[in-house]
Design a protein around this ligand. Structure first.
Ligand code: HEM
Length: 511
């Protein structure tokens, strides 16, 4: 950044096409050669030539525009200092409600220890530096995550961490701040909430979401064998990719209605898999698929490797193709019987217990994204001038913000409480006691996201439906929050699950 000190009089003399300067946030920009490339056209820039255009600029642009075009800055106004606060890599946002209460400088919490705070700082730095730039690029061009980023995450144990607590973390010193054995579900929540801050919903799933919801089932339910160890090692090293393949064109949340079959060969040594799967996240590039199949007397879950007879084809959904969402056909794919997860015909328990962590992760994500939308709205309402005053001065707008903030804080508080309960329970206890509450939270969090997205678009107006510029985060959230409302069980199914599970525990006596 140049340090030339320039007077306002000097700036005022550069006031015509070909010699066009202006001041934004006490800094001087030479826009002479930029006018023709300006997406907002040359006329508007000529109108502010030689003047302080701070208000006009922030009425229309994100701060990151100035960072991107910092080379246009030629100096600072003499005796003045920049006022706009820019969040540096790894830093917390200073916008009210942009961070959960426990992360605010004054925030206290009974749940979070130093190691949670240390992990938060490390993951935020990593995401800001390495994930967000790639996420933004891939979200736009639709290509898949780079092997370089996968390798970097693997090297830093971030792939392993994202499966949640467990033996797979033993002996590791996670990002140098948490011993693998001490990593709990609050750490898990912290990393999950930090990862989604890249604001790229397709890439969020493209970034190994398939692994997060399928390797967990392999770890938990596949008997120990050299093959299992190799699969886990290769996936956690980023050398191989894996995803969960349950949903079909015929049946979504209705697992009992699946039609893909696994038939045992006559010698009893193999399963032959036949059928199709739809909306399989990461399916396009995976080497392994954790597949839900009908077996002779029920439903089973089987690990299938990519082989002849396994075809994947891209599905275009409303988020970016960077997620690698696939339609898959298994045309007599053959795997050894040792690839069975859990017991034959008893796959329901495998899937149901695996769902808990998946849904918990989705709650972490959608609640954190909702908070980012609130942050965007607060920033916009503060800087946007309408009818001669900032948008925030309209009472109707403040009502909307109050509702959005309340929804986010209520959801976060419930999430933290559930994460804490998870730290006190075994995997089996979580399946027994928390399936219902997690289902209800996911259902409520996505209904809240629906309201938040709706209000946010109204606040942003045209920009809330425009994929670039000021409203891009809001536009993306409004277009994609439904993924969280549908994937891993729809709102209605999960709300129903929550109530049905509660009724199972209802005392038998008349009350
Ligand atoms: C350093 C100076 C500037 C740079 C680098 C810049 C850059 C940009 C960029 C990248 C966009 C595309 C939208 C976005 O990404 O936000 C844009 C849009 C626009 N700019 Fe600028 N701009 C500058 C100054 C100004 C000023 C001073 C004005 C007005 C007085 C202005 C008026 C506009 C308008 C009207 C649009 C269209 C915005 C919309 O429809 O929301 N720009 N500008």
């Amino acid at each position: 950044m140049p340090h030339a000190a320039l007077t306002r009089e000097t700036v005022a003399s550069h006031n015509k096409p070909g010699d066009l300067w202006c001041i934004i946030d006490h800094k001087v920009y030479d826009l002479s050669d930029f006018v023709d490339a300006h997406p907002g056209g040359s006329v508007v820039l000529e109108q502010v030539a030689g003047t302080d255009a701070t208000k006009a600029f922030y009425n229309l642009h994100r701060q990151e525009v100035l960072e991107k075009y910092s080379s246009l800055c030629i100096g600072t106004v003499e005796g003045e200092k920049s006022e706009v606060v820019v969040r540096g890599i790894g830093e917390l946002s200073t916008v009210p409600y942009a961070e959960p209460l426990w992360l605010r400088p004054e925030g206290k919490s009974p749940y979070f220890k130093d190691s949670h705070r240390a992990l938060q700082r490390k993951v935020r730095g990593f995401v800001d530096e390495f994930v967000t730039p790639e996420a933004q690029e891939k979200e736009k061009d639709g290509t898949y995550i780079s092997q370089e980023l996968i390798d970097r995450m693997a090297k830093n144990d971030l792939l392993a961490m994202r499966l949640g607590p467990g033996k797979h973390l033993n002996g590791k010193n996670l990002l140098g701040v948490v011993k693998g054995e001490e990593f709990d579900y609050l750490h898990d929540m912290v990393q999950a909430q930090e990862f989604v801050r890249s604001n790229a919903r397709g890439f969020q799933d493209g970034n190994m979401a398939g692994m997060m919801i399928s390797l967990t089932a392999v770890l938990q339910w596949m008997p120990d064998s050299p093959f299992k160890r190799q699969v886990v090692e290769d996936v956690l090293a980023g050398k191989k990719k894996i995803c969960l393949a349950i949903t079909e064109a015929f049946a979504g949340s209705d697992v009992a209605g699946l039609r893909t079959t696994a038939t045992k060969t006559k010698d009893g040594k193999h399963y032959v898999i036949r059928g199709t799967k739809k909306w399989i996240t990461n399916g396009m590039w995976c080497d392994y698929f954790v597949v839900g199949c009908r077996t002779e007397k029920g439903f089973s879950v089987i690990l299938v490797d990519r082989q002849e007879g396994v075809e994947t084809c891209l599905i275009k959904t409303s988020y970016s193709t960077t997620a690698g969402t696939a339609f898959i056909e298994f045309n007599d794919a053959k795997v050894p019987v040792g690839n069975l997860l859990g017991e034959e015909d008893k796959g329901f328990i495998v899937i149901m217990s695996n769902f808990n962590h998946e849904r918990f992760m989705m709650c972490c994500g959608v609640i954190r994204m909702s908070r980012t939308v609130v942050e965007e709205c607060l920033k916009w309402c503060n800087q946007r001038i309408v009818f001669g005053k900032p948008l925030i001065e309209q009472a109707a707008i403040r009502q909307k913000l109050a509702k959005m903030i309340s929804l986010v804080e209520a959801n976060q508080a419930w999430l933290e409480s559930i994460a804490y309960q998870m730290t006190t329970m075994s995997y089996a206890e979580q399946s027994k006691h928390l399936g219902g509450p997690i289902g209800l939270l996911k259902s409520y969090a996505t209904r809240s996201a629906h309201d938040i997205a709706d209000e946010a678009v109204n606040i942003f107006g045209g920009r809330g439906i425009t994929q670039s510029g000021m409203g891009k985060v809001v536009e993306m959230f409004h277009r994609t929050y439904k993924f969280d409302a549908i994937l891993g069980g729809t709102e209605e199914i999960l709300a129903d699950l929550g109530v049905r599970q509660a009724m199972k525990k209802m005392p038998k006596a008349m009350l």
